[in-house]
Write a new protein. Structure first.
Lengths: 604, 235
């Protein structure tokens, strides 16, 4: 047998030749061979009993997978809006020059690939890059040059950790060894203050599963990922659904540009999270939990696996947990591979099943039919952490924190134009004005609440509060000062959605492209007053016609800047004085002909 | 015995059976809800979104949304029609549709839908994708220029033919149809008798050797608008 054939056979066997473990299989082949080429696709299809086009379908979907081989070292430089604000373009130039390749290219010796990546969860320490699994943050041109020098001397990113220093807390753990900083700037009483180990799980196991769900319901805990659905209700539906095998899935695929709070919870509150998942398993009657971890956070995986093993050793996972006869529960980690859409719960399920990260049709909803068509509860990292605390301290304690219907605290990932970016734990109800003061933001023009799928707000909203009924958010807050061009920023976020749409449904696949093109046109000085109505109607169609939450929110960068920063649009969308349609670029239209003719047109 | 459910579409009271989708119930009442990806005999794919209706104020795909007692469905309101027009126009600009010389013209569901919705020319800029034709198969050719990514061929091949000749690759605007072979359709097990060869709503999968068998002017939608068959069932 040839080398590839042997290796693929071994990898497939490791995952039981199980097609539902396709993500693990193709990821492993990608890491070993730098790509999943046609031959590998055929071999995987044969081993797992699938069709080759199904394997190709998966490989072609995820940004971290490729059919064409990539370099041994893949440098993914984050081009998120915040990174752009912090000078990533200069860093990009340095990387490109030092490597002698452009973005999207692989060096001729096959050692290096250079790529752009959307938000990698490091906006508080931008610009940042992912070098294979190594996070390199706070990049400068000097640091970028040093990185390339070091990689050329020893092209093994794993051995470079010492070079960039170690972050605080568990970032310095022997299994993490990362220079990432937690940047916890404000601790609250629920999550980032002191938390006693396993207190919630112990108390939960003294209750019946129904009582656990009642406690969570009474706390009025709502999903922390952004949608804000009642956690207790979701668990009740899942527990009540017909079917023997049930699943608890944790969404650790935070990909909303500007979000990084789950990174900190995974680093510093891993036990609290797994405790919450275990409570969830007990409550809904599940034996299996899956942590879906975004591919960008692979650097945390050895550490998280170790935490899981220690929990098994301590009988906090496995059979008869903490002596509770008949309560069996274990957790596995499913790695993502670079796809924002997989943060959408049904896409996440598709990905766990070894498929493209396409969302599923609803109904049925996951509590009825989710992972492998079995009843499934998908909850956010922060939600599970809250559950552990609620079971320990009681629903009344939790419900007393926060404001009105928004109980508890919320972790905010705050970045952009402010002096102290980082993770802040606030009780719900915090006023924007107070938040801006805490983070040292001055001269603020706009805030992006909830990431680009949320909304841009301006000064007239600074007295509003963060909570489900006022300014709802999954946690991303990006601040923009008065020097920023709001149309330019909206356009950059639309480029993100164009790339991250799964392409399943028409409005999201093409509508976002059309919105992006219109904003581009406006930025190029060819806008016209009618563009506002055009964007609003187009945005409405994309929001109302799209199949999942991505398209139902993706026009928001355009729509909420039009709503709240209309003056910025009106300033550039003036009727043309000559009455000509500015959309048409005559110079560009005749440029090919000019080149052929070898002379300039007389028309301009 | 299934339970009868009463609800309204555009203010008209209609009846359906429990378990039906809004589209199935509407069909039964002779009310046409426009659609392009829907394929009889397969699970609703819900990719085209042309069947979007407003249900109790919320947009839903009629092909997947179950009926419920008393729901208020908007099918023909100006807003719903606008959403459908926009979506159909998006399909025209995201591909390269050459109606005047396409053999599917007159039998094409996309073209017929545009006529039914009153679209004269798309207001959106054409995106002019570059697509490669696959004419390797002796009896069938694929022209991705005209593909609307509805998924019918994927479903038909998998669920009706028991093969898996087609699937999607790529994502977002880069998403496209691929065949189950390293390079060409000729290397798949597609037969001309496969259902997958007959389900394409547009001219992306066409049979060779039968072009222009029916003259323009005498084709299906030359005679009556798309949806007329369903509307003729109205009581």
């Amino acid at each position: 047998m040839k080398n590839l054939e042997k290796a693929v056979a071994k990898i497939c066997a490791e995952y039981g030749n199980d097609r539902t473990r396709m993500m693990d299989i193709v990821r492993a082949v990608q890491v070993k061979f730098g790509g999943v080429d046609n031959e590998a696709i055929d071999l995987i299809a044969a081993r797992t009993g699938t069709h080759r086009v199904e394997v190709e379908s998966v490989v072609s979907f995820y940004a971290f997978l490729s059919q064409k081989p990539k370099g041994h070292v893949v440098i993914r430089l984050c081009n998120d809006v915040v990174d752009q604000m912090k000078g990533v373009q200069d860093v990009a130039k340095t990387l490109s020059t030092k490597l002698g390749i452009g973005f999207g290219e692989t060096s001729s010796d096959g050692w290096f690939s250079l790529e752009w990546a959307p938000c990698i969860g490091m906006c508080d320490q931008a610009p940042a890059a992912l070098v294979n699994d190594l996070m390199v943050t706070n990049l400068t041109t000097e640091k970028a040059a040093e990185l390339i020098r070091a990689l050329k001397a020893n092209p093994n990113p794993g051995q470079l950790t010492a070079k960039f220093g170690l972050g605080e807390g568990n970032n310095a753990h022997e299994l993490v060894q990362s220079s990432v900083q937690n940047n916890i700037k404000k601790t609250g009483e629920v999550l980032l203050g002191d938390v006693p180990a396993e207190a919630g799980l112990k108390k939960a196991l003294q209750k019946s599963p129904e009582e656990v769900i009642a406690e969570v319901e009474a706390s009025k805990l709502r999903g922390r990922g952004g949608a804000g659905f009642s956690t207790g209700l979701k668990w009740k539906f899942t527990r009540g659904a017909q079917g023997q095998d049930k699943y608890v899935l944790c969404n650790a695929d935070e990909g909303e540009p500007g979000t990084f709070k789950d990174r900190v919870l995974l680093t510093e509150r891993a036990d609290l999270l797994f405790e919450g998942m275990t409570i969830g398993g007990y409550a809904i009657g599940a034996a299996t939990g899956i942590l879906y971890l975004r591919g960008e956070y692979n650097y945390l995986r050895p550490f998280l696996e170790d935490v899981l093993q220690k929990r098994r050793d301590a009988r906090l996972l496995g059979a008869d947990i903490l002596g509770k006869a008949g309560f069996n529960f274990d957790i596995r980690i499913q790695m993502g591979a670079g796809a924002y859409i997989c943060g959408e719960e049904t896409s996440l399920i598709s990905s766990c099943e070894g498929l493209r990260g396409d969302p599923k049709n609803r109904p049925p909803f996951p509590p009825q039919q989710g992972y492998l068509r079995k009843p499934t509860s998908v909850n956010n990292v922060e939600t599970f952490c809250c559950v552990s605390r609620i079971l320990d301290k009681g629903a009344a304690w939790f419900a007393a924190i926060g404001s009105g219907k928004s109980t508890g605290t919320k972790l905010l990932s705050i970045s952009g134009d402010c002096k102290v970016p980082g993770v802040y734990e606030y009780p719900f109800g915090v006023k924007i004005r107070d938040l801006l003061q805490d983070v040292g933001a001055e001269n603020t023009q706009a805030l992006l609440i909830g990431g680009p799928s949320g909304q841009f707000i301006g000064a007239e909203s600074f007295d509003k509060t963060i909570c489900y009924d006022d300014l709802a958010t999954g946690g991303a807050v990006v601040i923009f000062n008065k020097d920023r061009d709001m149309i330019h920023i909206a356009h950059q976020y639309m480029e993100f959605f164009v790339e991250e749409s799964c392409g399943y449904c028409t409005p999201c696949r093409t509508g976002n492209v059309l919105i992006e093109k219109c904003l581009r046109k406006i930025l190029d000085g060819q806008g016209e007053p009618e563009d506002i109505a055009y964007l609003q109607q187009l945005g409405n169609t994309v929001k109302k016609g799209s199949r999942c939450g991505l398209g139902q929110t993706s026009p928001n960068p355009a729509l909420t800047t039009i709503k709240n920063f209309r003056a910025a649009y009106e300033a550039v969308l003036k009727p043309a004085r000559d009455g000509m349609q500015p959309t048409f670029d005559l110079k560009a239209a005749v440029s090919d002909a000019e080149e052929l003719a070898g002379r300039q047109s007389v028309s301009h | 015995m299934s339970e009868t459910i009463t609800f309204t579409i555009d203010g008209v009271e209609v009846k359906g059976k429990a378990g039906q989708t809004i589209m199935q119930a509407a069909d039964g009442n002779g009310i046409y809800i426009p659609r392009l990806c829907y394929l009889e005999g397969c699970e609703p794919f819900a990719s085209c979104r042309v069947c979007t209706v407003i249900v109790n104020g919320r947009p839903q795909a009629a092909c997947t949304q179950p009926i419920a007692p008393g729901i208020v469905v908007e099918n023909n309101s100006p807003e719903v029609t606008q959403i459908r027009k926009d979506i159909v126009e998006m399909m025209f600009v995201e591909g390269n549709h050459f109606c005047p010389f396409c053999d599917k013209s007159g039998n094409c569901e996309l073209q017929a839908m545009a006529y039914r919705l009153g679209i004269l020319a798309p207001k959106y800029p054409y995106l002019f994708p570059v697509c490669e034709l696959d004419a390797s198969h002796p009896y069938i050719f694929i022209d991705p220029n005209r593909c609307i990514l509805c998924g019918r061929c994927v479903q038909a091949s998998r669920d009706l033919d028991g093969k898996h000749v087609f699937d999607f690759v790529g994502r977002g605007p880069h998403k496209k149809i691929r065949v189950n072979a390293a390079v060409r359709l000729a290397d798949t097990n597609l037969d001309i008798t496969d259902k997958a060869c007959d389900v394409c709503p547009v001219g992306a999968i066409l049979k060779k050797g039968v072009g222009y068998a029916v003259p323009v002017g005498q084709r299906l939608y030359d005679k009556e608008p798309i949806g007329s068959d369903i509307e003729s069932k109205a009581k």
